[in-house]
Design a protein. Structure first.
Lengths: 260, 287
């Protein structure tokens, strides 16, 4: 199918551009790894039998990786492309919008996988992160990545119509991600946060992704430390799917090809 | 081709409002296939709005518009087949800076079912030496040539050029005009907006002057504003005095003066109104 073929070609082009932009490589790929080093080195204490904060943090950063590569990357990049006229130019060609979004999905997939591989590699090598210990956990890990990526990609495309300009996009988007990271148990142990923060975080996907990643990377006994005393796997799936539908709905209704 | 071979664009009673103000206040015009048609007007006259309606970027508030036989405001499932047949060069784009010229042109060629050979388009637009350069390193003129390369890569029947030479130096501009003429000679219909008179005069077969969202005249550049009918001014020196005469028959008058003075006429000048004089007069009256 031509739409798919051109979409994949666009994906190749997106990756080429991504690699050639030093800022994007640093921001999207290396920044989480740096954070991992800093937090993992500072907080080495155990938070439960056989679980260090570093391990807890790596699981949270892998979940954040999905949000960084999907939501944050697209919600900043698309407004810039709108400012630069990229979108308007494409709109004047016979290229299907679907191909454009396929290209973005390819970019998100590749940058997500690279980021997760780096975090897992460093997490295992330096902070004693355990790889998923059963086929069931691997399976859950994979669907969390797939569903989580689709969800944050859809939300990133939906949110791309919010920033008024490409230059301002980062200032709008980054604080949202950072606040959600604080509230969702990435930088702190979730159960130690105030109840209102926990409740607020539970509305958004990141909290569920972090919890899901903990269920994959931490020992089963740790489930007793979770708020619900359960990994809440099916509830996680439902939350992600609902947000995906919201994201796609908004994207279809609100996507803007130019500023005026 | 599904369209008539004589009309590429037809506009009747086109209107577009922003808020309460009419940006386009009732425009009628026809662009014939194979011609270079220029829309000339001051900034804010409604040129870009009109062209963006024709390109399918904006919705109109009233009137009938046909571009290559289709209504760009209501293309439905013909959207993509219609976009195969047009080429658009936007006013300012600043994208894909990290790709090379060659990568970009080759990539855009994939969007079209009857794309030209990317290498020959790069050569035609004078970018061969820059083919492997990153787009961010191109000069303004080279960037614009790339925009044209991407506009023509799909072998369009109709090419839109929105103020293509803004910010060019004179030499780059002449080279650009040569490129546009080449495209016309290959049979491409070209709709050009510009606020440069010399550009309209150098390129266009016909010019529409638009002011305040209305067309005040459509004519070939030579006859715009009754330029060919305007009186010529003859000045010369006779008997140590400066003389001046306004006339419809400058040739006869000069012959008469020359005969009277026995040949050479000192400091003789025959001045026709320039397109600029005519144009400034026209938009002054329209305002």
């Amino acid at each position: 199918m031509n739409v798919l073929r051109i979409g994949l070609l666009r994906g190749g082009l997106e990756i080429k551009q991504f690699i050639r932009q030093r800022e994007s490589v640093v921001f999207t790929i290396l920044f989480p790894v740096m954070l991992l080093f800093i937090f993992g080195s500072v907080f080495k204490n155990s938070i439960a039998p056989g679980v260090t904060f570093s391990q807890y943090f790596v699981a949270g950063m892998i979940a954040s990786g999905l949000v960084n590569s999907g939501f944050q990357q697209l919600a900043i990049m698309i407004p810039m492309e709108r400012d630069f006229g990229t979108l308007k130019r494409l709109r004047g060609t016979p290229m299907s919008p679907a191909s454009y979004f396929i290209g973005k999905a390819v970019l998100v997939t590749v940058s997500t996988l690279v980021q997760i591989a780096l975090l897992m590699g460093f997490g295992a090598a330096i902070f004693g992160l355990h790889m998923p210990s059963s086929p069931e956990k691997w399976f859950r890990f994979i669907w969390l990545i797939v569903v989580g990526s689709v969800c944050t990609t859809a939300l990133g495309i939906a949110f791309s119509s919010v920033p008024k300009s490409g230059r301002g996009a980062s200032a709008v988007v980054s604080p949202i991600v950072i606040i959600l990271q604080f509230f969702s148990g990435v930088f702190f142990v979730f159960t130690q946060l105030p109840k209102w923060m926990q409740d607020f975080a539970a509305i958004f996907p990141l909290k569920w992704l972090t919890q899901g990643m903990r269920s994959v990377f931490l020992p089963d006994s740790f489930v007793q430390q979770e708020v619900a005393k359960s990994w809440e796997v099916s509830r996680t799936a439902i939350v992600l799917v609902v947000w995906t539908i919201i994201g796609i709905g908004f994207s279809i209704k609100k996507f803007k090809w130019s500023n005026s | 081709m599904s369209t008539s071979s004589t009309t590429a664009i037809s506009i009747k009673g086109l209107t577009k409002k922003y808020g309460d103000a009419f940006a386009v206040a009732g425009i009628d015009l026809e662009v014939h296939s194979g011609e270079i048609f220029a829309i000339l007007g001051p900034n804010g006259a409604g040129k870009t709005t009109t062209v963006e309606i024709l390109e399918g970027y904006r919705h109109r508030d009233g009137g009938d518009v046909t571009v290559l036989g289709e209504d760009p405001g209501n293309l439905g499932d013909k959207t993509y087949s219609w976009r195969e047949r047009i080429g658009i060069v936007l006013q300012s784009t600043n994208d894909a800076e990290d790709l090379s010229v060659r990568e970009t042109v080759h990539h855009f060629a994939k969007y079209y079912s009857k794309a030209k050979d990317p290498e020959s388009v790069i050569a035609l637009t004078g970018l061969s030496e820059k083919a492997d350069a990153k787009i961010r390193t191109l000069s303004g003129g080279q960037r614009r040539r790339l925009d044209v390369a991407l506009g023509i890569i799909g072998s369009p029947e109709l090419l839109f050029l929105d103020e293509p030479t803004t910010g060019f130096d004179p030499e780059a501009r002449r080279a650009f005009w040569e490129l546009i003429r080449t495209l016309r000679d290959e049979g491409t219909t070209i709709l050009l907006t510009t606020h440069y008179l010399d550009e309209a005069e150098a390129l266009a077969d016909r010019v529409a002057v638009i002011v305040g969202g209305k067309i005040i005249e459509i004519a070939p550049p030579e006859t715009l504003g009754g330029r060919h009918l305007a009186q010529a001014r003859i000045t010369w020196v006779e008997g140590g005095k400066q003389h001046e005469r306004l006339t419809m028959t400058p040739t006869t008058d000069v012959a008469t003066i020359s005969a009277r003075m026995g040949g050479e006429v000192p400091e003789l000048q025959v001045i026709r109104p320039s397109l600029e004089d005519i144009y400034l007069h026209m938009i002054g009256e329209a305002k």
